[in-house]
Design a protein around this ligand. Structure first.
Ligand SMILES: [Cu+2]
Length: 358
């Protein structure tokens, strides 16, 4: 009898505990502490200058390995990819008109960094991707530790091709500029007139936006765009700038901005997604005048070849045939890794992805 009473009391306590938890989750979900990540084997994405020198060296070594490993995918080789790195750059080139100036911009580039991580793992690198805290160097990119000619990614470009020295000197990228494919050195041209626009004021402005529609636009047109303009990676070309490994530290910064924005209101912002899933012919890139056809000429990009168009994924896939990006939107890496949905990458610790920015 006593035992029964004890059990009953325990049951009541449990029930009241459950009901309290339910009430909390309904009324206070937004303010609840983030539960421990569901994913296993979390990697840390450290700011470059905080990484151990041995980790920096391991990253650069794997990066050079990807850039010198032969291409594997017949469809991409047929279009001019010679190295594994070329395949990654070609992915960005082929899909360029559906991943910029669009709602897919942030989820695609999060996925794109995941593809880079996969290629680095093929070359033995198991650590986290480095990111660049650009506000620390805003106005003074030229002296950033990331641009150290010896211990960074090589310095400012020099000579007619703006080729960078350092660890990537002498390597060739075969994809770009624009929709053409010509072998070039890793090149960049630092411009500290524009780099102040990556400072904390602009980051904070983007992070203060109330919804995804305004946040992606502020990130895209703010620190993201001005970082690109200040670095002019790979001929300053919007279509094929990932040829410079520095691109991925800049986009780590961009991805972290999105995550920091999401983390201000969890879990609501794990499902806030919208914006066009491809550029429209009349508008093209929102940062340039004119539509797609005008930009092809004015920016010197040319247009995708018929062979490129033949392997370009349908940007409406997963979006019910509509032009708006949904959580079911399918992102393709042209076969480097399996496709993923936008939903897969909304949470950087949701299981498909498993990393943290430190
Ligand atoms: Cu891009």
């Amino acid at each position: 009898m006593v035992r029964l009473l004890q059990l009953a009391a325990l049951g009541l306590a449990l029930l009241s505990g459950v009901s309290t938890a339910v009430a909390l989750s309904q009324t206070d979900a937004r303010n609840m502490k983030r539960k421990p990540p569901a994913c296993k084997g979390m990697t840390k994405r450290e700011e470059w200058r905080n990484m151990k020198r041995s980790d920096q060296k391991a990253y650069i070594k794997a990066q050079r390995c990807v850039m010198t490993s032969p291409a594997k995918l017949p469809k991409l080789k047929a279009l001019g990819a010679k190295t594994r790195w070329d395949e990654l750059v070609m992915l960005h080139q082929v899909e360029a008109l559906q991943i910029h100036s669009t709602g897919t911009f942030l989820p695609f580039h999060r996925y794109f960094l995941h593809v880079q991580q996969f290629l680095l793992a093929e070359c033995g690198y198991k650590g986290g991707l480095p990111w660049w805290n650009e506000p620390l160097d805003a106005g003074n990119f030229i002296n950033s530790p990331l641009l150290d000619p010896v211990t960074g990614f090589g310095g400012d470009g020099t000579g007619p091709g703006n080729c960078t020295g350092g660890p990537f000197a002498g390597l060739t990228v075969n994809i770009g500029p624009g929709f053409t494919n010509k072998p070039r050195c890793v090149n960049r041209h630092i411009n500290d007139f524009f780099s102040p626009l990556t400072n904390q004021t602009y980051v904070d402005d983007a992070l203060s936006k109330p919804d995804y529609a305004s946040a992606w636009l502020a990130i895209y047109m703010g620190p993201h765009l001005f970082g690109h303009i200040a670095l002019a990676m790979m001929d300053g070309n919007s279509i094929t700038s990932p040829g410079d490994p520095l691109f991925f530290t800049h986009h780590g910064f961009v991805d972290k901005m999105w995550w920091d924005w999401q983390a201000r209101n969890l879990p609501a912002r794990l499902s806030d997604m919208n914006g066009p899933n491809a550029q429209t012919p009349e508008i093209g890139f929102i940062e340039f005048d004119g539509g797609i056809a005008d930009e092809a000429v004015a920016q010197g990009w040319g247009s995708p070849s018929a062979a490129m168009l033949a392997i370009t994924p349908d940007p409406k896939k997963g979006d019910n045939g509509g032009t708006e990006t949904t959580l079911n939107h399918v992102m393709s890496s042209l076969g480097i890794i399996p496709d993923a949905t936008v939903r897969d990458v909304m949470d950087i610790q949701g299981g498909y992805l498993c990393y943290q920015y430190v």
